[in-house]
Design a protein around this ligand. Sequence first.
Ligand code: FAD
Length: 502
Amino acid sequence: MNGEPIRNIVIVGGGTAGWMAAAALGTVMGAMPDLSIRLIESEAIGTVGVGEATIPQIIAFNTMLGLDENEFVRETHATYKLGVEFVDWARKGHRYIHPFGSYGLDMLGIDFHHFWLRARDLGHGSELDAYSIAAMAGKAGKFIRPQNERPGSPLAKLGYAFQFDASRYARYLRRHAEARGVERTEGRVVEVLQDAESGFVTGVQLDGGEIVEGELFLDCSGFRSLLLGQTLGVPFTDWSKWLPCDRAVAMPCTLAGDRQPLTRSTAQPAGWQWRIPLQHRIGNGHVYASAFIDEDEATRLLLEGLDGEALAEPNRLRFTAGHRERLWEKNVVALGLSGGFLEPLESTAIHLVQSGIARLLTLFPTTAFTPHEIGRYNREGAQEYLDIRDFLVLHYRASERDDSEFWRYCRALDPPEGLAEKLAMFESSGRVIREHEELFTETSWLSVMVGQGVQAGGHHPVAQMLDEAETVKRLAHIRGVIESTVGQMPSQDEFLAANGSA
Ligand code: FAD
C-alpha cells in the first residue's frame, strides 16, 4: 500500500451533507483505532434550511447506518413518497406522475411499455399511470411497504422514498455519529491553512484561535464551498444555459389540502413550485429564473399557491445550476452544496451526498492520495451530475407550453447530446435507453417522456407477437390487479399511525 492510513478526518459543515458524512464514516470506520473524525459547524452561520424530498436510494443509506425505519420516520416527521406529480408541465390543466418502481410486467422478454405503445397505436388508450402501483396508490393516498415475499404481487415492486425535515434528519444523524465517536466542534472557520509547496490543506483556524489539523478534509460548507471553491479555486461548470432557474423562495405552511404520498411540482410562468406534505406541515417553494420574473412576483405566486397558513418568513436562496469541475482536489472532497447543485425538480441533492459518500468509502485514500482514486472519483461524480442534468432538462425541453417568455426559451433549447440521443431513439422506435447504470431508470425516463407528450414513433416488433385481443386482455388484467391491490392497501395516515407516527 502506498502511503500511511489516514488518522485525522475533518468535516467542515454540519448541514445534511456534513452529518450524513459523519454518520456514515462513524458507522463504517468509527471503531478503527487511532482514527479521529471531527466535524466543525457554526450555529451562527446556520444551514440552508430546505430539502425535504428524497428518492428510493436513501433506504440503502439508512440501512447501511442501521437506522430503524419507523424511528427515522418519527424523528424526521417524515411521510412516504411514491413519486412526483407534475401539474401544468406538459400544458396547463395536464398532470402526470413520475412513479417509483416499474410499470406493468415485462412480457416475451421485452419491456412492458412496448405492449402499451402498441395497444395505444391500435386505439386502446389507457393512461400509463394505470400500470404503476406507485402512481395509483399515490393518487389514492395509500401506502404500505413493499411485500417482497409475494413475488407475483405488484406490491413486490413498489418503490418508495421519504419526504422529511432535512434539519431534523441532520440532528438525528448527529446523535448517531456522536455515539460512534465523531467529535463535534462549534466554531466558525476563519482561515484555511495550506502546505506552501503542495497546496494540500493542513488545517482550519476557528474564530476562537484554535487550529484543527487533518489529513483528509470533507468540505460540507454549503454554497460557500469554503475549501474546494474558495481555497483551492476549483472552477465551477455552469449549466445555467440549460437550467436557467437560479433562485428559490421557500415557505412552510400548516397542513391543509390532500395528503397524498407524492411530491407535487406545479409549473409556473417562469419556473415551478413544490409542495411536500410532511407529518406536521407542508413544505413549499418556488424555484424560478430571475431573468424572467422578479423576486416580489415570485413570492406573490408562492403565497397564492399555499394550501395552509404560512409558518415562517420567506427563505430566499440563490444558486447556479452546475458543479465544481473536480469534486475531489488534493486532500479535499466536497459533499453537498459545496460540490454543486441542480434544482430540486427530481429531489436529487441528498442522493448526490449519499453517492459521494459511497464513492469515497470505496476509493478511500491513504496519505499518498494517488491520482487513480481521485481521477476515478471525479469522473464518476461528474458523470452523475451530467446524467441528472439531462433528465431535468427533458422536463423543460419537452413541454408544449409557450405561454411565457420562459417556456418559449425552454422549448427552443438545443438539448444536450445525451438527451438528444434519448429523445431521437424514443421518437423513432419507442425505445428507452439507460446509460451506464445511470441514476434514473427506464421507468423514470419513460414516465417523463410520455408525461411531457413526447410521441413514440413505434414499438418493439416483438410486441406484435401478441394479437390485438390478447394484448388488450393482458393489459386489462394488469390494470385490474393493480386496482384491487390498491383497494386493499391502508391509507398513508393509517400506515403511519400503525407504525408509531402521527
Ligand atoms: P448547508 O445546509 O448550507 O450546510 C452548510 C454547513 O456548513 C452549515 O452547518 C454551516 O454552518 C457550515 N459552515 C459554512 N461556512 C462555515 C464556516 N466558515 N465555519 C464553520 N461552518 C461553516 N435536496 C433534496 O434531496 N431534496 C429536496 O427536495 C431539496 N430541495 C432543495 C431546495 C432548494 C431551494 C435548495 C437550495 C436545496 C434543496 N435541496 C434538496 C438540497 C439540500 O437542502 C441540500 O443538498 C442538503 O441540505 C445539503 O446541504 P449542505 O449540508 O451541503 O449545506
